[in-house]
Structure formats: C-alpha cells, structure tokens
Design a protein around this ligand. Structure first.
Ligand code: A2H
Length: 253
C-alpha cells in the first residue's frame, strides 16, 4: 500500500440467480462480486471478471438483502466504510476459493454484454483492492493478455475448468479513442510490443506506460451517455451515476 490513500470505485457485479453449488445457501439474496477499479468510465467494455483461483474469498453481509464477495482483508477494511453491521468483525456467510467462483454468470453494470463470466487471472494481488478485478481488455493490457491467454490456450482453459462459451464469444469492445494510438489501445499496444502472455511482466509494464496516462489525459469516449467527451470529464460523471443508481460504492485504502 502506498503512502497516499487510494480511492477506488467498487463496481457491484451481480451474480445471476439461480445459485448452484456452494452459493446455494445465498439464494434469495443479492450477491455481488465487488471489483475495485480506478477506471469507472471503462465499464462499457467489460467482457468478464477476474478472480485468483488460489485466492481465499468470503461472502460478507452488507445489509439484510445484499452480500459482497471479496477477500477477508478487504471486508475488514470495508467494515469501517460500508459494512456497518458489526464494524470490527464483518459477518462472513460463506468461505469461497477463487476456483469456486470461476464460471459464475454475472451481470456487469454498463457492459454491452448481458452476461459475463468470472475467470481466472494469476497476477491478482490479494493485498490490494478486493481481490476481484473487472476486465476491460480494450483499455487494460493486463486484462487483454489474460483474456488472450484463455482464448488462445485450450490447456490453460482446461486447467481451471473454463468452458469455451465463457471466453470465445467475447470480443474486445472499442470504448475509448486515444489519439496516436487508436481505439482498443491495450490491444494495439500489446500487439505492437509482441507480448506473448500475461506473464511477460516487463513488456506489460511498458504497455501500461504507453496507455494509462494518455488514456486519461487525451482519451475520448466512443460510447455511452458521454460519447464524444474527454475521459477526464466523463470519468467523475460516470462514477457518480453508477454510485447514484446503486451499481457502485466508494472504497479507499
Ligand atoms: B483497473 P493500483 Cl481499463 N490485483 O480497472 C491486481 N490488479 C488489481 C487489483 C488486484 N488486487 N485490484 C484492482 N486491480 C486493477 C480497469 C482498468 C484498470 C483499466 C485500465 C487500467 C487499470 C479494468 N481492469 O488500472 O495498483 C484494476 O484495474 C491501472 C492501474 O491500485 C484497477 O483499475 O493503482 C487497478 O488495477 C488498481 O491499481
């Protein structure tokens, strides 16, 4: 954790009922995988959600009807911010591994896809955010390479029990134009740098250097209510709208 507090937006990505397997005991509740993002304006381009297969998660009661699935560490931090029920000891209704979450069908706010799936990503850090990351392969090189790995490597899908239909139909959606790079900047830069997998850390760091700051300072929205406007201007408006309609909450650490 840095010196400065980091202000995230937690996107409430809803698990679609009916629940099966371990999640059956949560039937009747609104269950969300709460994904920490710094880029709420990119939510139009969500194609899936990432979890760490070996990660330890819990289903925590937020109020009488709502449940958030996050790491235990995030739940403790959130206890002081929004899980007001038992501040120092959030109520964990169910222990879950990341692998238990792989394949859950989800409804992701603003995404052009009606259903997206929880999929494995190996670079998720459990000491940052909620351990749940929403995937926008058009604008995040990490997301683009992790999705490419799943699409191009059947053995990788098989290892984590990922079905073809959770991955193969999902195309990268152009949502932001960056002058001099183009639409789908993450894809463009990963291809230019000839990145081979999500494990190419050095090249991915370079891809991020080329896209992140420019996306914020020069990016222009291609979709949604703020189409044609600069990312800088649209970002706080989209964030506020998501919070206002109950699809996101603030979270800092
Ligand atoms: B961002 P910072 Cl389109 N482990 O959201 C690894 N990565 C994590 C994480 C974790 N535990 N928790 C959050 N993140 C990701 C969107 C996005 C993000 C785009 C472009 C850039 C970008 C879609 N994924 O991040 O270390 C989340 O991915 C650029 C840094 O706290 C979150 O925002 O600065 C970002 O990293 C938070 O990273």
């Amino acid at each position: 954790e840095g010196v400065q507090p980091q202000e995230y937006t937690l996107i409430k990505v809803r698990v679609k009922p009916p629940f099966t397997g371990k999640l059956k005991v949560l039937e009747g509740k609104n269950v969300y995988l709460a994904a920490a993002t710094l880029r709420p304006e990119t939510m139009y381009g969500q194609t899936n959600l990432w979890v760490l297969p070996s990660g330890e998660y819990g289903a925590f009661e937020v109020n009488d009807s709502d449940v958030f699935i996050v790491t235990h560490r995030a739940a403790r931090n959130m206890a002081f911010q929004l899980l007001s029920r038992i501040p120092e000891k959030p109520t964990c209704l169910l222990e879950l591994s990341g692998q238990d979450l792989v394949g859950l069908p989800l409804s992701a706010p603003l995404s052009v896809y009606d259903v997206v799936y929880a999929l494995p990503m190996l670079s998720i850090l459990t000491d940052k955010g909620t351990g749940v990351v929403t995937s926008v392969p058009s604008d995040s090189p990490d997301d683009y390479m992790a999705l490419s790995d799943l699409k191009n490597k059947p053995a990788f899908r098989a290892k984590f029990g990922v079905k073809d239909e959770w991955v193969l139909p999902y195309d990268v959606i152009p949502i932001i134009n960056i002058p001099d790079i183009g639409d789908k900047s993450a894809e463009v830069v990963c291809k230019d740098l000839k990145i081979k997998s999500q494990n190419d850390k050095d090249l991915l760091a370079e891809a991020k250097r080329r896209t992140y700051l420019k996306g914020f300072t020069d990016g222009v929205m291609l979709v949604g209510d703020y189409k044609g406007q600069k990312v800088q201007d649209a970002k706080p408006l989209i964030r506020d709208a998501l919070i206002q309609c109950g699809q996101a909450v603030k979270y800092s650490e």
